[in-house]
Design a protein around this ligand. Structure first.
Ligand code: PLP
Length: 421
């Protein structure tokens, strides 16, 4: 019955430090978000004790009557939220969901074709050190050199030549909508299956402020913790005909027992994602990213050789292009860190700098929208970022402006009394 602080003060102190960091800084890593109290409660619950290999009604362990209810709620809510015929809510994370997708759809040695990691794709879409690059033959498409957008005519030509078994849409760093109908028609033309990994934009899709891949794709995978704002985990959605193969690929194909506390938290996240408040938050997220992209294409920024890839954004992030800037990605990330804004450096397509340095920043607005930011605050934070990048200096004045924003939007107020620490 000892509390965490009593039993393990070292871990407790690090956790308290992290809470302080989240409260005092502005989180703009595009893949992060803040989960609400209810989700922290579900994840920090006794459901972590339960083994439940199998699926509701067909478990390999006794005592699953309550966790069956939880998993059914999560599956049904996921299906309803995204208009999907089938959902598997057991993947521990996005990478596990993706491993299960490929295991269900094709055999080792078959060919996959996704967006190049260096152009914004994900590790699991064919990077050579990842399982996807080791088990499957990989053909990658890129963005065009001129406008940094995916040219669907080029994708079609490449697919006709490469003849992949699976065509992959979805991304980790791409600021525009993808044309899912065009991907579908290319997949049909070359006899490929279409898999869309909507990890980044799932929250936007759930809110109806981004085109949905679900009607077009054979299979859609996602994380739950990015724009969707739920627990760190993954899901797979699909047409009914894939149900058996996908279930078997997740368990026993890739995983043993599901994390039932995470499954419960997913159920809660899908409930929240169906509300008008969630939609309003996603709208603020999108407006924030547009405000940011617009400020980072201003004259003072351009004068320093800094711009935004594609000149703007359709989604929750902007990609800053530092190829012509005196700052590289590492320096720019460190500079913003000093100001109190957390972002990640990110290679831009055709990046001349090495991957650990890069010539880009990926800046997202989902976490700050969850914190309550609207147009006024996003205008202020965009100006802080632009000023820091233009001057190259982390001044006390900029730090003060960050602190004022953080103070005005308290995070996890009262958490110390929730019994979680
Ligand atoms: N797919 C995409 C498109 C992603 O951006 C990510 C996360 O970075 C993942 C999958 C993997 O998710 P996880 O980190 O939960 O394994």
């Amino acid at each position: 019955t000892a509390s965490l602080a009593e039993l393990d003060p070292e871990v407790a102190a690090a956790m308290a430090g992290e809470l302080g960091r989240q409260r005092d800084t502005l989180e703009m890593i595009a893949s992060e978000n803040f989960v609400p109290r209810a989700i922290l409660q579900a994840q920090g619950s006794v459901l972590t004790n339960k083994y439940a290999e199998g699926y509701p009604g067909r478990r390999y362990y006794g005592g699953c009557e309550h966790v069956d209810v939880v998993e059914d709620l999560a599956r049904n809510r996921a299906k309803e939220l995204f208009g999907a015929e089938f959902a598997n809510v057991q993947p521990h994370a996005g990478a596990q969901a993706n491993a299960a997708v490929l295991m269900a759809l094709i055999a080792p040695g078959d060919k996959i074709m996704g967006l190049d990691l260096a152009h914004g794709g994900h590790l699991t879409h064919g990077m050579k050190l990842n399982f996807s690059g080791k088990l499957y033959e990989v053909e990658s498409y890129g963005v065009s050199k001129e406008d940094h957008r995916i040219d669907m005519d080029e994708v079609r030509k490449q697919a006709l030549h490469a003849r992949p078994q699976v065509l992959i849409a979805g991304w980790s760093a791409y600021p525009r909508h993808q044309d899912f109908a065009a991907f579908r028609s290319i997949a049909d033309e070359v006899g490929a299956l279409l898999w869309v990994d909507m990890a980044h934009f799932a929250g936007l899709v759930a809110a109806g402020v981004h085109p949905s891949p679900v009607p077009h794709a054979d299979v859609v995978s996602s994380t739950v913790h990015k724009t969707l704002g739920g627990p760190r985990s993954g899901i797979v959605l699909a047409k009914k005909e894939w149900a058996k193969k996908l279930n078997s690929a997740v368990f026993p194909g890739q995983q043993g027992g599901p994390l039932m506390h995470a499954v419960a938290a997913k159920a809660v996240a899908f409930k929240i994602a169906g509300t008008p408040e969630f939609r309003e938050r996603q709208e603020r997220t999108l407006r924030g990213a547009s405000i940011l992209a617009e400020r980072l294409t201003g004259a003072d920024v351009a004068e320093q050789g800094i711009s935004v890839l594609t000149g703007g954004t359709d989604v929750h992030l902007a990609l800053v292009d530092l190829r012509n800037s005196r700052l590289d990605g590492q320096q720019a990330e460190d500079l913003l860190h000093e100001v109190g804004i957390t972002v990640n450096r990110n290679a831009v397509p055709f990046d001349p700098r090495p991957p650990m340095v890069t010539s880009g920043l990926r800046i997202g607005t989902a976490a700050l929208a969850t914190r309550g930011f609207g147009d006024t605050e996003f205008t202020e934070v965009a100006d802080i970022i632009a000023t820091a990048l233009v001057t190259g200096e982390a001044t006390d004045a900029l730090r003060g402006r960050v602190t004022a924003l953080a103070r005005n939007f308290p995070l996890y107020d009262g958490l110390e009394d929730w019994g979680l620490l």
